[in-house]
Design a protein around this ligand. Structure first.
Ligand SMILES: Cc1cc2nc3c(=O)[nH]c(=O)nc-3n(C[C@H](O)[C@H](O)[C@H](O)COP(=O)(O)OP(=O)(O)OC[C@H]3O[C@@H](n4cnc5c(N)ncnc54)[C@H](O)[C@@H]3O)c2cc1C
Length: 614
């Protein structure tokens, strides 16, 4: 008898299943209850929603707040801002939809106990920048999680969802999800009428700058493992903008945030010789991207670009000039507190490297690339837009429903909508949930049915790495390399090396071309073949094994999209050396992909960008 056959199977029925209890998942769970008083709402999370997701350790600012009550900004302004930052390409219908509702989300956070700083003179929320407000956010996630806990019928913590289940009568309709408890090893089958995927972004698909014991020190959360993309991709959902990976300029080694430094403390950068360098690269950048470089604010990728070029020219490191601002005791306090609220590691790194920013200007660096849908980037699933605002081509049913019936998404999961951040992700969860409740209510008696054969087969597949390890470990007497299995860590390092060297990671200065991408895809295909031989020593490693599977599939999507878009749209995020310029004539469009899990083939196409806001 195989190991998997002895495992308990737990069946859970629900009307709405929320996968991932981070910011978007908590928003979806909360709002599902508001509109679906009598529905069974289940949220499943691989960690514990109390402190899970990218916001787990707290934040110091809410980066998306309009301030409509004080007439500070209007939703249209935010659409213009995000469009400009993403070099023209955003889903304006989805962005507008979030912007018009996000303030009410932030007001709820305050009502639930989140301390938001106030400007002592105006009494308004303290602005860090045009869109950001400052918070005492160490307990941001527990506060948000409490609202979700009270709203949910059941929360299942410590369950990693590995696959979505499809309806056995309608192939393009979702019917639930399966996964396993990372502590007990029980197998879970969640049957649901609608599923909302809110499983966060993807770190560790490109080789990180911090390796070995330090590899957990990435900018994006190391536990963000691409499930938000792999789950819909495997279910046949259309994805968009997967080439739009993000690179962050942050304080070196700790990845401490720079937003409050630039915006609130008014610090600035200089090269190794104390010179301003951004203006030097203006004409060079203009030749690549045209007038985007003259826009205000300068798009995030282009600011990276100037820094990268200056370093390549041999005038690095780039430093943040903190020594002036830190002479002001108030600013010095804010500078340190900024880390204590969300990236304590940066303060520790500075202490360990004898850097007191009052006397030494700290170095900046650019991170390895990440895949996300909620920051200054917009990778993710292609979703239907709001009925009152989306062009007809962007509407095929319910708001935030993907191209698979009954499958919704929010936060990092949904593509085309940059700059939603924590508050916008929660808001998008609310929007998706309201639509999912309507979907369930409209369903009537034709409810989805799961196939027992399908989930029993998946059970065998999911636990196979444990069995493979048990059987194969006796073939070696020492070390970790075995002829009969691949450990998740080895697979991860192989993935990161492929993505780094062929798809535009740090070691190639984010540069790639068609031959490199072609070879990268060949190597990814070989890696995928070897993933059938993953071995897991225990349940923790089994989770790592499935996280790796998800990362590899998302990486394949990134590589195909990067190959398809034959231009360099976002210099500073990545470069197609064979197509070094922005090409608005051919590429002022979205890229879409669809994966066929039976054939393993990808199909790519273009979709129009509609500019709704003038
Ligand atoms: C370093 C950093 C700094 C940031 N700073 C700010 C800031 O200052 N202000 C701001 O507003 N925003 C900030 N953000 C952005 C904000 O954190 C994200 O926009 C937001 O968390 C995205 O929400 P989400 O729900 O999509 O993902 P997350 O909040 O990451 O939630 C995803 C959830 O899914 C769970 N999950 C993943 N895979 C599975 C699976 N297979 N099965 C079950 N559960 C799963 C995860 O454990 C997690 O709980 C920052 C992010 C980072 C990383």
């Amino acid at each position: 008898m195989g190991l998997f056959t002895r495992r308990k199977t737990v069946l859970v029925d629900s009307d709405i299943l929320v996968v991932g209890g981070g910011m978007a998942g908590c928003g979806a769970t909360y709002e599902s209850r508001y509109w679906g008083r009598d529905l069974k709402i289940v949220c499943v999370e691989k960690a514990n929603i109390e402190r899970s997701g990218a916001v787990a350790q707290g934040l110091y600012a809410i980066n998306c707040y309009m301030g409509m009550q004080w007439n500070e900004n209007q939703p249209e302004d935010h659409v213009r801002y995000a469009r400009n930052d993403l070099m023209g390409l955003v889903r304006e219908d989805l962005g507008y939809d979030i912007a018009r509702h996000v303030d009410s989300t932030v007001h709820k956070f305050e009502e639930w106990g989140l301390p938001i700083m106030r400007d002592p003179e105006t009494g308004r929320y303290q602005r860090e920048g045009k869109w950001q407000i400052m918070i005492h956010g160490e307990s941001y996630k527990p506060i948000v999680a409490e609202a979700a806990r009270k709203a949910a019928t059941e929360i299942y913590n410590r369950i990693m969802v590995t696959h979505l289940l499809m309806d056995k009568t309608k192939p393009n309709r979702v019917a639930g999800a399966v996964g396993f408890n990372v502590r007990t090893g029980d197998f879970y089958v969640f049957r649901a009428k609608a599923v909302i995927v809110c499983a966060g972004g993807a770190s560790h698909i490109f080789k990180p700058r911090a390796v070995g014991e330090g590899m957990g020190r990435t900018w994006y959360a190391p536990w963000s493992s691409a499930s938000a993309y792999a789950l819909p991709i495997l279910a046949g959902a259309t994805m968009t903008q997967m080439e739009n990976r993000i690179v962050l300029t942050r304080f070196k080694d700790g990845y401490g945030p720079v937003g409050a430094y630039f915006l609130h403390l008014k610090t600035y950068t200089e090269n190794a010789y104390g010179e301003e360098y951004e203006s030097k690269w203006r004409e060079h950048t203009k030749a690549l991207v045209g007038d985007y470089v003259d826009r205000h604010p300068v798009p995030t990728c282009l600011r990276n670009h100037a820094l990268l070029e200056e370093v390549k020219a041999g005038r690095g490191p780039i430093r943040m000039v903190t020594t002036k601002a830190f002479q002001d005791p108030h600013k010095e306090t804010v500078g340190w507190e900024n880390f204590l609220g969300m990236t304590i590691a940066q303060a520790v790194v500075w202490a360990s490297q004898n850097i007191d920013p009052k006397y030494t200007n700290p170095e900046l660096t650019t991170s390895e690339p990440y895949v996300m849908g909620s920051h200054a980037t917009c990778s993710g699933a292609w979703a239907s837009g709001p009925a009152d605002y989306a062009p007809s081509e962007y509407q095929w049913g319910y708001n935030r429903m993907m191209t698979v019936d009954g499958l919704f998404g929010a936060g990092d999961t949904i593509g085309g909508t940059a700059h939603k951040f924590s508050s916008g992700s929660f808001t998008e969860g609310r929007i998706a949930a309201k639509a999912a409740v309507n979907y369930v209510n409209d369903m009537g008696t034709g409810q989805p049915r799961v196939s027992e054969v399908e989930y029993e087969d998946l059970k065998k597949t999911i636990f196979r790495p444990l069995e493979r390890y048990q059987v194969g470990r006796n073939e070696i007497v020492a070390g970790t390399v075995s002829p009969s299995y691949l450990l998740p860590m080895h697979g991860l390092q192989r993935l990161e090396k492929i993505m780094d060297e062929y798809v535009g990671g740090i070691s190639s200065h984010y540069t790639t071309n068609k031959p490199l991408l072609t070879r990268g895809l060949e190597l990814l295909t070989m890696l995928k073949e070897d993933l059938d031989y993953l071995g897991a020593e225990d349940l923790h490693q089994l989770q790592r094994a499935w996280e790796l599977q998800h990362r590899v599939l998302a990486s394949e999507a990134v590589t195909h999209h990067t190959m398809f878009r034959t231009e360099t749209r976002w210099p500073g995020y990545y470069y197609r050396a064979d197509h070094p310029k922005l090409d608005d004539t051919h590429w002022h469009c979205f890229t879409l992909s669809r994966y066929d899990r039976h054939s393993g083939k990808w199909e790519l196409e273009k979709a129009p960008v509609y500019h709704i806001v003038d």
